[in-house]
Design a protein around this ligand. Structure first.
Ligand code: ASP
Ligand code: MG
Length: 397
């Protein structure tokens, strides 16, 4: 039997008629025999309104705990509406909000941007499973969490996270994001009118798009996408959960902590005021490109540029760079440091702060750490590879 997690965004439940159409689309799939968990956002711009009203009313001493309680009311209203609509259609349903006994999503006490406690959440999600077993459609507040009986929020746009998180914990067949666009477009149609709808997109591509401003999905939602779980983004105006949209595929190989198998060489090229000169960086990367050498990371500073490549390519690159340095007026010398181990960390359990603490507590110096919103690239000396691997793996989910 299929288990679907369907998430309805604010516009898709933007008025009474839409809520009814949304509930009908759920009822239809339910009657075909699927188990369904519904995740709902706040109606339209309710969250914005609540934030604005709060800011106007309270100019000082608003605690984060109070703030989370207030902004959470949008979702707490919409689950009641959605669940009652389902019941009116003859479907057994229960709304689940953070004060319900059955509430599954447990977080830390960072009230407005809480971090999920995956172990506890996995345990609690069994509550939803037992509702599904009884033929009940649970309707869960998106965006919200709970810490010691207090409401927390996962941050703006967090309902997408809720959907994928529940999908992962329940081992769902499919996560469907119902929103106000047809899917993912090749670019913002406001900027280029010929933007095309993509039939499918990989998790990695989608994450990158989301991180760089595409509004269609929260960048961290896909941290919880398992390769075996199908996912798609569809338009609410199709009024059909089976509608076509953009499918999100992968990840190919789900490795929240990925250690590159070979040692990675770091070669440093020294010169003066390098950042002020055009073409220095591109010349260095072109030399690698022309010689079929893959560049993992380039770290340009004012007076030096460090290049990270597979150690198997290092001797060749070193020679090529040396020739280049000798000929170049801007560059003066080149050196090769100890080989490094390169980790790519995408586990939502490991934040910048966690990583920094972990390394400090264990007296390990990083050669380089590169943070982006979706990935941390960590280089440590090769000899620390096992130790760091072990430390990181105690954190991942
Ligand atoms: N209602 C929340 C917001 O507007 C969460 C969401 O819609 O995902 O940010
Ligand atoms: Mg959204």
């Amino acid at each position: 039997m299929d288990l679907i997690v369907a998430k309805f965004g604010g516009t898709s439940v933007g008025n009474g008629k839409r809520i009814r159409k949304a509930a009908e689309s759920v009822a239809r799939e339910y009657k075909k025999g699927s188990e369904i968990v519904v995740v709902v956002s706040a109606v339209n711009k309710t969250t914005d309104d609540l934030i604005n009203i709060t800011n106007d009313a309270i100019t000082c001493n608003l605690t984060e705990k109070q703030h989370a309680e207030i902004v959470g009311m949008g979702e707490r209203t919409s689950v009641r509406l959605f669940s009652a609509t389902l019941e009116s259609l003859g479907i057994k349903s229960l709304f689940i909000d953070p004060y319900s006994e059955l509430w599954p999503i447990i977080t830390d006490s960072n009230y407005m941007e809480a971090r999920i406690d995956l172990d506890k959440t996995k345990e609690k999600v069994n509550n939803l499973k037992s509702l599904l077993d009884q033929g009940i459609v649970p309707v869960v507040c998106g965006f919200l969490g709970k810490c010691k009986n207090q409401v927390t929020t996962l941050g703006r746009g967090g309902s997408d996270i809720t959907a994928f998180l529940i999908g992962e914990c329940l081992n769902a067949t499919e996560v469907i994001i119902v929103t106000d666009v047809d899917g993912v477009l090749s670019t913002d149609p406001q900027k280029i009118s010929e933007a095309e709808l993509l039939e499918s997109i990989t998790v990695d591509e989608m994450k990158t798009l989301a991180t760089h401003g595409a509004q269609v999905l929260h960048p961290h939602a896909l941290d919880y996408k398992h390769p075996k779980i199908d996912a798609k983004i569809i338009n609410y105006n199709k009024e059909d959960l089976k509608a076509e949209g953009t499918y999100i595929t992968g990840p190919k190989d789900y490795k929240p902590i990925d250690l590159y198998e070979n040692p990675v060489a770091s070669i440093t090229i020294v010169g003066k005021s390098l950042l002020n000169k055009v073409g220095i960086v591109s010349a260095l990367s072109n030399i690698l490109l022309e010689n079929g050498i893959n560049l993992f990371k380039m770290n340009p500073h004012h007076n030096s540029i460090t290049v990270f490549i597979d150690s198997e390519d290092a001797d060749k690159a070193y020679e090529l760079y040396h020739d280049h340095v000798v000929k170049s007026e801007d560059l003066s010398s080149i050196s090769r440091d100890k080989d490094t181990a390169m980790f790519s960390i995408t586990s939502p359990e490991i934040s910048e702060i966690t990583l920094a603490n972990l390394l400090t507590e264990n007296d390990i110096d990083a050669v380089l750490i590169n943070y982006t919103k979706t990935e941390i690239l960590l280089f440590v000396e090769w000899e620390f590879k096992y130790e760091v691997s072990k430390l990181l793996n105690t954190y991942k989910n």
